[in-house]
Write a protein that binds this ligand. Structure first.
Ligand code: ADP
Ligand code: MG
Length: 665
């Protein structure tokens, strides 16, 4: 099995980790950052931007910049709460009630999976440069509390990014894997993961390499964003009282408010008070208006009591489901950026009488765990075993709209369970199987995962036919359902295609489109690269000519110097004319000419080491020039192909600036 990377695909930030020599390490992206903002956008001229580049244009180009996509993935419009709908870009429901993201720059609408795929693509492309090999497979983490449709959508995003998704792994389980990797002592661990948009709690028993998830609970629509929103509302309402203007109605102002609110929130984790200043936030009758205020921690905490309350129930539910009392927990592992908020830490202390563990990095631990899981799958890490559970009950709708649970929540996975059902009418020839997920009694209150029909049941009085329905939940937490008529042996099996998911046809179409676009993109990038490369070569040529005339005199290596000059002139002309073919040709010629000149220079230097034809008196001067030359190259030697030993190639690639044309495929 080839290499598998681990990806923490966060609402706010994503992180990629790999195993190197059996140890998990986080891989920095092309910008040199260990976390990549989960933001995708398009510039005004339709260029795809991912990560920091997209984040930078959030304020200036809010309609074409998409953050918090994870809150949308795998969900129907009707599933979205108000906070998830209130994004600065445009989302809408299509005919099937699926969520679509509108992008004015490209005049297209996207399924959230497609945009998430671009993010995954960037993460693995950057990792491929670091690893020096293509990345084709990944373990991707999801909130433990993600339902079937959300898991499938995440897997689809991976497929759209051209990846084999070897495992969908629960985030808190991943965190526990990372935490427990080097700990032998048997203990009960509660993982509390509050990120930007989701909240997860899991309880695990860790004992010498065996990780047993006991229970999991959470809220997939609760995270740091909700706390930001409280500050946004507080700011906007204050402003409205003074100026009679609702800033939330202006996309750009809203995005600036969101930015300022998040910054203020983060600062309040360390200080008691923070200043918020947004000059020129709007224009009133009398000219520009500014927002200037201060927020203290207690006011902020006073804005969010109900959000804190929503953290209580999942913790208590997980403890109850695991059959444990709070005192039984040996360690609390806090994960996710929002777990840094003092009010959150305080709340956790009142729930579990332990000081939270400080030894894990809340931003990276999930990706590290994903890399560990990847190592288990490839066999690189032995003696580790992971037993996870289903987060939510699955079952089907029976007579009277009641949900009959087939696999209760917190059942260890993979698992297969079946039950037998019958008809409710005489001579009923088919039954509809409506698959549901959730904890409510009535079918209508739970998430519908899909419906299918088993037909061809022979005529019989009601209650006589026997239809056996089987549910399989695999290690990814993804469900497959089959039904069999016991009398005829007729069988119907489906991977429940959530109504919020892309169909196989749509996925194939998008993949084909991506492949054809990739060719276009590649060609365009090749052109840009070629021109950049030509410019770099020209700069190099100038430096070498300068060296040559300093070291050898103006005509010291006349043939080689002239060759470089001619090739440079030709290359300049072809760049001016914009003729890509001749750019390629003359760049090649210039490379060759430079090679010749370089050889001549180094031969000259070797020959002149103390006893060359120029004799001793000039030696001091030549050495000075040599040093000068070394300094010149040291400054920008990443663009210098000549002096770089091949062995340094890989190490160097990691450090290249993002806009370096040579560092890209
Ligand atoms: P996700 O897993 O959802 O991508 P992260 O774990 O990266 O999320 O956490 C991102 C969230 O954490 C954001 O809402 C961010 O504002 C919040 N956050 C980061 N640092 C702090 C801090 N010091 N105090 C409060 N919140 C923080
Ligand atoms: Mg996270």
């Amino acid at each position: 099995m080839g290499r598998i990377v681990g990806i923490d695909l966060g609402t706010t930030n994503s992180v990629l980790a790999v195993l190197e020599a059996g140890r998990p390490v986080v891989v920095a992206n092309a910008e040199g950052q260990r976390t990549t903002p989960s933001v995708v956008g398009f510039s005004r001229d339709q260029e795809l931007l991912v990560g920091q580049a997209a984040r930078r244009q959030l304020v200036l180009n809010p309609r074409n910049t998409f953050a918090n996509l994870k809150r949308l993935i795998g969900r129907l419009w009707q599933d979205l709460d108000e906070a998830s709908q209130a994004v600065p870009y445009t989302i809408r429901a299509n005919d099937l009630d699926q969520v679509r993201v509108l992008c004015p720059a490209t005049e297209r609408e996207y399924a959230p999976e497609e945009l998430v795929a671009s993010l995954l693509r960037k993460l693995v492309d950057d990792a491929a440069v670091y690893l020096g090999e293509p990345v084709e497979a990944a373990v991707i983490t999801v909130p433990a509390y993600f339902d079937d449709a959300q898991r499938q959508a995440t897997r689809d995003a991976g497929r759209l990014a051209g990846l084999r998704v070897e495992r969908i792994l629960n985030e808190p389980t991943a965190a526990a894997l990372a935490y427990g990797l080097d700990r032998q002592r048997s203990q009960l661990v509660l993982v509390f993961d509050l990120g930007g948009g989701t909240f997860d709690v899991s309880i695990l028993r860790i004992a010498s390499g065996v990780f047993d998830v006991k229970a999991t609970s959470g809220d997939t629509q609760l995270g740091g964003n909700d706390f930001d929103q409280r500050i946004v509302d507080w700011l906007a309402e204050g402003f409205q009282q003074t100026h009679g203007l609702d800033l939330r109605r202006d996309r750009q102002a809203l995005q600036r408010l969101l930015d300022a609110a998040e910054k203020a929130k983060q600062e309040l984790s360390g200080t008691q008070q923070t200043l918020i200043s947004l000059p020129f936030i709007a224009t009133g009758a009398a000219g520009p208006l500014h927002l200037e205020t201060s927020l203290d921690r207690s006011t902020f905490e006073g804005l969010c009591p109900d959000l804190l309350d929503r953290l209580l129930r999942p913790v208590q539910a997980a403890l109850r489901d695991a059959g444990l009392a709070p005192e039984d927990i040996d360690e609390v592992v806090m994960v996710g950026g929002s777990s840094r908020m003092p009010m959150v830490q305080q709340l956790v202390r009142t729930l579990v009488p332990r000081d939270p563990c400080q030894s894990v990095n809340p931003d990276e631990v999930v990706a590290i765990g994903a890399a560990v899981q990847a190592g288990i799958l490839t066999g690189e890490l032995r003696d580790l075993m992971l037993n996870d559970v289903t987060p939510l009950s699955v079952g089907l709708e029976t007579i009277g709209g009641v949900m009959k649970v087939i696999i209760p929540r917190n059942t260890p996975i993979p698992v297969r369970r079946s039950d037998t059902f019958s008809t409710s009418e005489p001579n009923q020839s088919s039954v509809e199987i409506h698959v549901l997920q959730g904890e409510r009694q009535m079918a209508a209150d739970n998430k519908s995962l899909g419906r299918f029909r088993l037909a061809g049941i022979p005529p019989a009085p009601r209650g006589v036919p026997q239809v056996q329905v089987s549910f399989d939940v695999d290690a990814n937490g993804i469900l497959q359902v089959s039904a069999m008529d016991r009398t005829t042996g007729r069988r119907q099996s489906v991977t429940v295609q959530g109504s919020s998911n892309l169909s196989q046809d749509e996925i194939d179409k998008l993949l084909a489109e991506a492949a054809s676009k990739a060719e276009d993109d590649r060609r365009r990038r090749l052109l840009v690269d070629r021109r950049n490369r030509a410019q770099t070569l020209l700069a190099q040529g100038e430096r070498r000519l300068r060296d040559a005339s300093l070291e050898l005199g103006p005509y010291g290596a006349e043939r080689q110097q002239r060759a470089v000059e001619t090739a440079m002139a030709d290359l300049r002309d072809s760049i001016e004319e914009g003729d890509d073919r001749s750019i390629e040709r003359y760049a090649g010629q210039l490379e060759e000419a430079l090679y010749g000149l370089n050889r001549r220079l180094s031969a000259e230097r070797r020959g002149n080491d103390g006893n060359g034809p120029l004799g001793a008196p000039l030696q001091g001067l030549r050495n000075t020039l040599g040093t000068l030359r070394d300094e010149l190259f040291a400054e920008d030697d990443w663009e210098d192909d000549w002096d770089r030993p091949a062995a340094q190639e890989r190490g160097r690639r990691r450090e290249r600036p993002a806009d370096d044309p040579w560092g890209r495929f």
